[in-house]
Design a protein around this ligand. Sequence first.
Ligand SMILES: *[C@@H]1O[C@H](CO)[C@@H](O)[C@H](O)[C@H]1NC(C)=O
Length: 338
Amino acid sequence: MQNLHGLLCFFLVSAMAFPWRSQAQEAADLGFRQAKNYEGSSDLVNVQYHMGPVLASPVVNLYIIWYGQWSRTQQATVRDFVHSISVPSLPHPSVSDWWQTVRLYADQTGSNITGKINLAGEFHDAGYSHGRVLARTTMQSIIKSAAGRGMPLDPRDGAYLVLTSGDVSVQEFCRAVCGFHYFTFPTVVGAIVPYAWVGYSGTQCPGMCAYPFAWPTYSGKPPPGGSSGGGNNLMKPPNGDAGMDGMISVIAHELAEMSSNPLVNAWYAGDDPMNPTEIADLCLGIYGTGAGGGYVGQVMKDTWGDGYNVNGVKGRKFLVQWVWNPSRRRCFGPNAMD
Ligand SMILES: *[C@@H]1O[C@H](CO)[C@@H](O)[C@H](O)[C@H]1NC(C)=O
């Protein structure tokens, strides 16, 4: 799950008071304060396998449902990111290099997570089939509607990504989550398929779900660090759209977790299956070496000042958060300096 309260913690570094924050938020922030230390190794983290499947098909077929209104440019950014996962020959550090950490997770038969994610189909729900205010469970109905209009339901090799445009509000979006993943129920959809949902935060809460390309309006000022480098400079989005570039990292987060815990019974830390801490949750806000306390870590800047940490197809650049590496026992990404 992508919990945005972890992101809120970026702005707590100078001990600002947030009197309206609930206990649950405090607990989530606490998790993040620990998470920032996971860039160095930690024996406290115990990501365990719970015997369920991972997405281990030789080729996983990913279907995208575009819910609402999307520009061609926005769609091209997501498509190119998904294509980049399976292209091994990109300049290092690449999106596929980043995916290699996800591939370290295997199931009880010794099958690793797939190295090939095929964008098998896209479905456009431009007419908002379920309105503009969605509950979490409505995602299943959106998948069912798309299936009823020709999108294949593929319980063997399929995975589904529902993306909602900026004019759609989703339960808990911008309050508790930036995205989540789960699986469909046969009684609702007719099959069990893993899916993830991610919303476009560019208009609703870029400072929460598109950090570090935007910062919260409520903070009233830029996060500490100033423009001296090494601090919390507002980064320019490598694909020109803070909401979209922020979404890419959330999509990366959810794809990593959907692959390693598709039925919520495979890889996660913590004792509570209702509230698992998954392989990307452990590394929220960590994009490079030295990350912590609101600093995203050492990443690259292109000649236009855009921040990124991985290369993709067609010369694209993306900024994606790191994930937990089970053999190094720390958060890791291909742009690590050590
Ligand atoms: C598959 O998973 C095992 C166990 O974590 C790991 O040692 C191995 O390197 C992985 N293989 C690939 C291709 O990532």
